[in-house]
Design a protein around this ligand. Sequence first.
Ligand code: SF4
Length: 331
Amino acid sequence: MSEKTGRVFSGARPTGRQHLGNYLGAVRNYVDLQDDYDCIYCIVDIHALTTLSETGKLREWTYEMALDWLAAGIDPERGTILFVQSHVPQVTELHTILSMATPLGWLTRLPTFKEKVRQQPDNVNYGLVGYPVLMAADITLYKATVVPVGVDQAAHLEFTREIVRRFNNHFGEVLIEPQAKHTDFPKVLGIDGEQKMSKSLDNHIEIAATPEEIQQRVMQMVTDPQRQYRSDPGRPEVCNVFSLQKFFSADQAERIEQECRAADIGCVDCKRLFARNLADYFAPFRERRAALAAEPDRVWEILADGAQRATAIATAVMAEVREAVGLPPRR
Ligand code: SF4
């Protein structure tokens, strides 16, 4: 495909407008990976069906997420393929074939499965059990060599590697065992300073938020709980505002840290500064987003083009897989 060092695949469920946690944990990394890899990024709408009882927003969330990703710098003109999982139906065919090579006990023993059963006891569907197999199909259908993973996702990728080894042992070296590329950004906490930033917990800050919305959310952020008065010295190491300042106000972080410890800056002023820096950081992003949003068909066209390019890879891989497992050739 090119002189790059491998092929990256990553997918995320359609969750609509992205927040700082999505950006720092994934999107920013997706953008950077384009320098060194051929990248395939997928909005995994079929995966979303395993846990959603209401699916009415899936289209809107897919569109909004694609819009954010594109405006953030995921760039099909650099060769990146951006597409929607269900637009390349071969993934369901590979999922079925891989499921034959996956012992059921592997799946039901997974801590993630047990957790989902606990979370949605009234909706323990078959798709939920097979979720990791579908994930393996996502990755292997495009012969990805590298998958970016956070610390908490490493086990998922290891599962894919196990399925690949088992499949290849049985049918020959057809599928590629992907390598993990670990991402280093720690968990991003929400404005409550306690739980992981999440849209469902409404503790998030959207990257497409206006400067006014950013200011409003930032002013609600929990800081050092022991700092009750302006004259109390602060502890930046336990303050969520500071942990984000370090990224979005990197050139001022040292000064803020000193001023906080010496009680030379109050939390209100510190938050105002952070809100301004955050709004400035995303200003070019907001501009690109607005330009793209002005022609909504453009986003769907990009996704359709991505699906077409992904299909070309998937069709070739499925021909190899079908032959390897002995299915009769299609004429
Ligand atoms: S001054 Fe800033 S870094 Fe210090 S506790 Fe307040 S918000 Fe956090």
